[in-house]
Design a protein around this ligand. Structure first.
Ligand SMILES: CC(C)(COP(=O)(O)OP(=O)(O)OC[C@H]1O[C@@H](n2cnc3c(N)ncnc32)[C@H](O)[C@@H]1OP(=O)(O)O)[C@@H](O)C(=O)NCCC(=O)NCCS
Length: 147
């Protein structure tokens, strides 16, 4: 039977700890970098646990003040991928944002984050723009979804 995934709101220190396990992020942000981003804004910091082990995290905040909630950072430890951890985090964030009165989730990701893009397409996000970079795989892709 699949292990239960438990998602909880956590202090930023816990998200920073999980962030270090995301091999794709070359220079993991220190705590201060996270705090600076969402200072003075409504935020959501969550972690997902599989058998009590922290498996993934997500940090979002009210970046635009336009009724959307911005999903800023997300990652799942490679040991726990493909088990629905991202899906559980996204579902939690979406329900939370809906309850808080937000109408959309916005997200920006890189062209080379293929698993993330696959999730976003499968689960109802629309492409809204591309911020081009010198290498096509580094292009930033903007997406959003009504909630
Ligand atoms: C993207 C990432 C968070 C996915 O986490 P995960 O827990 O393995 O994802 P899930 O198991 O919840 O899968 C959710 C959906 O994502 C997509 N997906 C995930 N892994 C995939 C893969 N290897 N190939 C294709 N699609 C994939 C699928 O649509 C999947 O839905 P399904 O199971 O209904 O088919 C993880 O790969 C990661 O941390 N990558 C590096 C960091 C990163 O890219 N972060 C996002 C930056 S914005």
């Amino acid at each position: 039977m699949a292990q239960e995934i438990v998602v909880k709101e956590v202090p930023i220190e816990e998200a920073v700890k999980v962030n270090v396990s995301i091999v794709e992020f070359d220079e993991p942000y220190p705590k201060e970098c996270f705090e600076e981003r969402y200072k003075g804004k409504e935020k959501l910091i969550i972690a997902a646990y599989l058998g009590n082990q922290p498996a993934g995290y997500m940090v979002g905040y009210d970046k635009f003040g336009d009724g959307s909630f911005y999903c800023w950072m997300a990652g799942v430890n490679p040991k726990f991928r493909g088990k629905g951890v991202l899906k559980a985090l996204m579902d939690y964030q979406e329900n939370w944002a809906k309850k808080k009165g937000y109408k959309k989730i916005k997200i920006k990701t890189r062209n080379n984050r293929r698993e993330m893009l696959a999730y976003l397409v499968k689960y109802g996000f629309w492409f809204t723009g591309v911020d081009p970079r010198p290498k096509i795989e580094d292009n930033r892709i903007m997406l959003e979804k009504d909630i």
